[in-house]
Ligand binder design. Structure first.
Ligand code: ADP
Ligand code: MG
Ligand code: MG
Length: 911
């Protein structure tokens, strides 16, 4: 039975049988060729072999049963339709064999044109070309046929049989030299016949066999080569970088040939229906007369702007414009296309929804709404938070003066200029002197961490999007270009060379982490217009800026759609004010740590060293007014909006000088005979408080339970600040958040004390203070039902929850081994960057469900980096949280993605 099933399985689809939604099965190219065929556009007939056939071939190493027969059947019907037989010596049908995966993988897998030509059919092709030809005289027809044949041997040799491409190019150059020309159009039929002989010899030399003369054998070998190219090294690397699953496989398209190289009334070109760079409307494309497809890309001859086709062949030009408009209307999006004109007849060879820049994505979505092609929901769906984030980085102000000297992978966005350094140590030194530096390495490794922290940007000559440099830089939010392989780095000599120039340590370079481009010298940096808009300094209604207007429109729609509120993480009044301009609807995390730093360290020292209760109380009493003032400022900026204040979280000894430094101070002072009583006491305290694993030690609620009066002082400062705001006519909505709770008893103890203080301070001022907890210890998530009894809100601390859920020390692992985990595909993206739905996400889900079951109306939010990560925002929407909180710059991203989450889950939710 199984055999029967395989025989019946459909592996081949005629273009008329497919459509654009079958990309999984037919690949992007095949699905869209089918779509165009069914729209009635002029597509040369052909068929598509499915990705399933490829998967079966790759799994077993041979063509699946039934495939050969189905190809035969479709080939026959293609031959009938064309009235020609594949490789017929008199009048050959020729085909192209083209790869096409679900995701376009530019340049990854190649195409063989003119399959079906051999020593006989090349003559037939020439006779046919001259017989039918309008412009091609018989000499021209001969030339055309031999040119097509030499292209077949070249492409077949290179793609199917791995003959080094340079050998063919070299032979072509020799033929041109012999003729004294640099233009391949000057080679006549005889020259090309000679070239075919030369190519055949090259073929034999590298493969040990003659160039295959059997048309069907050519076809089968080419199909197999496309299958196998899926696992070519380049393709595997590209997929890894772009996170494309490895098991999709590619489809193969067999398309009857049309010829752009039949003379001056033929040609080939590419076009976009709008500018993929800016989104501007218009016709963008290139055209090359008397050429076959690959010449345009190969840049062998200079193309002309598509507009010039109007003079060359007005009727094809008009038809093309009509088709482009039709495709846009049909796909309701920017399309890019490939076409060929054969003796005045236009043929469509490819289309797809075109790639575009972040700016173009917003602009085009806005235009399409204006044109009535899509609605705002669809516009919102078509853009994303990653694009918005890109538009919020400062950009280089590029004019003709600056030309990139190299291009690598845009591994972590932003624009950075600085002096080149080659070692981590030098980066740290120069940065300490206030210099901006760019750390240049072949590849980075964990030893480079300090240098990466000190640098403005990182440039490597090797490695992709998941290399050590890329992963770590993204984690730090630092600009990084990786894999700029034109750069030759010589670390011992402290220089690199690129494009024939030498760049020494201390020379200035500029790197663009979005485009991957590298410039020599300092390129001026321009602020982002989108940020200016968010900050209120650009009014979208009154400026002529298509991007800002589109962003405004789509953001407004997202805000109307989203169910999740968006708050910010802010510790100062200034951050709070900026985030509010960016649309934050409150503070989800105000850390109080910084309120213990600077000149307040001395008070912390007193607190830690206090022997008697009185001393400790005095230190706390001195801290109280300082904290109160901090909170007052924040409440003022967030007037009317909720502010979640987290009680102190890190271990106290973090506020003391490091052990080594203290030890040295003490030794030096003793040497000088100075009074070292205080330093010695500090040193002893630091020794006493030293922890092997401070992340798992005396921090968070544990501190509050161990150090009497500490949390009480903070609670009092918060409550007093709120009351003082209320007295001044403002509205403060404080929410006190207890960190690192693992058991309800911890929270209850803190709560009992806090409630007393709050009641005493608040009196009849009308101020309401909520008390809740972070859920960041796995045990808390798993006992959320109990904890909810004592909490008015939960805020998921997904950084710690990830750290403790995976057992990953956050400060160590990203630099130490995440690159390897990414390389092995253990995860596709760092779980600190995007929430691990299955594990950590499950903890969030359990806690949300059990918490709400125990206390209906329990407020649920998330603070931590994930709050601003697009994919994580969608997850938090699905789980039903009330809000996400993220850093000020991420607030617009979270707003956009929260809106997209509603549109994409098909909800019509609106707050
Ligand atoms: P890629 O995915 O690299 O663009 P394609 O399969 O689209 O590869 O083909 C490479 C070039 O060959 C393109 O310019 C295309 O237009 C041209 N080409 C492919 N098939 C045919 C055909 N049947 N007739 C004429 N030109 C073709
Ligand atoms: Mg193409
Ligand atoms: Mg935490």
């Amino acid at each position: 039975m199984a055999a029967q099933e395989t025989v019946d399985h459909k592996y081949v689809y005629d273009f008329s049988e497919g459509n654009k939604d079958l990309k999984d099965l037919l690949g992007g190219k095949g699905a869209n060729l089918a779509e165009m065929t069914n729209l009635g556009l002029p597509v040369p007939p052909g068929f598509t072999i499915t990705t399933e056939a490829c998967q079966a071939y790759l799994a077993t190493g041979r063509e699946p049963d039934g495939l050969a027969g189905q190809i035969e059947k479709h080939l026959e019907s293609l031959e009938r339709a064309m009235g020609k037989r594949l490789g017929d010596p008199q009048d050959p049908l020729l085909v192209s064999v083209r790869s096409g995966a679900k995701f376009s993988m530019p340049g990854m897998m190649e195409t063989v044109l003119n399959v079906g030509l051999n020593d006989q059919s090349v003559q037939g092709l020439a006779r046919q070309a001259s017989g039918e030809g309008s412009q091609a005289a018989s000499g021209g027809a001969d030339r055309f046929a031999w040119d097509s044949y030499r292209r077949l041997i070249q492409m077949f040799g290179k793609t199917v049989c791995e003959v080094p491409g340079e050998e063919f190019e070299h032979a072509l150059d020799e033929a041109k030299n012999a003729k004294g020309t640099s233009n391949d159009l000057d080679l006549d039929a005889d020259d090309l016949r000679g070239l075919v002989d030369a190519y055949k010899k090259i073929f034999v030399k590298h493969t040990g066999r003659e160039f295959p003369q059997q048309p069907r054998e050519q076809l089968d070998l080419a199909i197999r080569a496309v299958f196998e190219s899926w696992n070519a090294e380049r393709a595997v690397l590209y997929r890894r970088q772009e996170r494309i699953p490895a098991d999709l496989g590619t489809a193969v398209n067999v398309v009857s040939m049309v010829f752009g190289n039949l003379g001056p009334d033929s040609g080939t070109g590419v076009a976009f229906t709008r500018d993929p760079g800016s989104g501007a409307q218009g016709i963008y494309g290139d055209y090359l007369a008397n050429a076959q497809g690959e010449d345009v890309v190969a840049g062998i001859r200079n193309t002309v702007p598509l507009q010039e086709l109007e003079q060359l062949d007005k009727s094809s030009y008009d038809e093309l414009l009509g088709i482009m408009a039709r495709l846009e209307e049909h796909y309701k999006d920017l399309c890019d296309i490939e076409f060929t004109i054969e003796r005045g007849k236009l043929w469509m060879l490819q289309t797809r929804v075109g790639k575009r820049t972040a700016a173009a994505a917003f602009v085009i979505a806005g235009q399409l709404v204006d044109e009535g092609l899509i609605d705002l929901d669809e516009a919102l769906h078509r853009v994303n938070g990653a694009q918005l984030a890109q538009l919020m980085f400062p950009r280089f102000q590029l004019d003709h003066e600056f030309e990139a000297v190299a291009k690598g992978i845009g591994a972590s966005p932003g624009a950075a200029s600085g002096k080149v350094v080659f070692t981590s140590a030098r980066a740290v030194e120069l940065a300490a002197e206030g210099e901006s530096v760019i750390l240049v390495r072949r590849e980075t490794n964990p030893d480079d961490l300090n240098g990466m922290i000190a640098a403005k940007g990182i440039l490597t000559s090797r490695g992709g999007k998941t290399s050590h440099a890329a992963v770590v830089a993204r984690g730090m939010g630092k600009t990084c270009v990786s894999g700029a392989d034109e750069i030759d780095v010589n670390v011992p000599a402290k220089r690199f060379t690129v494009a024939g120039q030498t760049v020494n340590e201390g020379d200035v370079v500029s790197i663009d982490g979005t485009t991957g481009k590298v410039y020599l010298g300092e390129v001026p940096v321009m602020p982002s217009e989108v940020v200016q808009y968010f900050e209120g300094s650009l009014d979208p209604e009154h400026i002529d800026n298509a991007l800002v207007r589109a962003v405004h429109r789509i953001m407004t729609h997202a805000d109307g759609k989203r169910r999740l509120a968006v708050r910010t993480n802010a510790d100062t009044g200034a951050d709070a004010a900026r985030a509010r301009r960016f649309g934050a609807e409150g503070i989800g995390l105000c850390r109080t740590e910084h309120m213990f730093l600077g000149d307040r360290r001395e008070l912390v020292e007193r607190l830690i060293l206090a022997r008697a209760e009185g001393e400790r109380e005095a230190a706390l009493a001195a801290l109280l007014p300082l904290q109160r003032a901090d909170f007052e400022e924040i409440f003022r900026e967030m007037d009317g909006l909720p502010v979640t204040v987290r009680l102190i979280d890190p271990p106290l000894h973090e506020f003391l000088p490091p052990l080594e430094q203290l030890a040295v101070n003490v030794a030096v002072a003793q040497e000088r005979g100075e009074d070292v009583a205080k330093e010695e006491a500090l040193l002893a305290a630091v020794r006493r408080m030293h922890e092997e694993n401070p992340m798992l030690g005396l921090r968070g609620v544990r501190l509050g339970l161990v150090i009497p009066g500490l949390f009480a002082m903070q609670v009092r400062a918060i409550a007093e600040a709120a009351v003082s705001c209320a007295r001044g006519g403002g509205v403060a909505k404080p929410e006190i958040m207890v960190p690192l709770v693992g058991a309800v008893q911890e929270l209850e103890t803190v709560r009992t004390e806090a409630e007393k203080i709050i009641a005493e301070v608040v009196g009849d001022s009308g101020v309401e203070v909520l008390i809740g907890t972070m859920i960041e210890v796995p045990r808390a998530a798993l006992t959320a039902g109990q904890i909810a009894e004592a909490a008015e809100f939960f805020s998921f601390g997904t950084n710690d929850l990830t750290q403790m859920g995976w057992g990953f020390s956050r400060d160590d692992v990203e630099g130490a081994f995440f690159w390897r985990y990414l390389e092995l595909g253990i995860f596709g993206i760092s779980p600190f960057e995007s929430i691990d739905r299955d594990g950590v996400g499950r903890l969030v889900r359990i806690a949300a469900e059990e918490g709400r079951a125990a206390r209906p109306g329990l407020k649920l939010g998330v603070c931590g980096e994930h709050g601003g990560d697009p994919d994580s925002v969608h997850f938090f929407h699905e789980v039903g949280l009330d809000y996400v909180s993220c850093s000020p710059f991420r607030v617009p991203v979270a707003r956009l993605e929260a809106g997209r989450a509603v549109v994409e889950t098909g909800g019509s939710d609106s707050r």
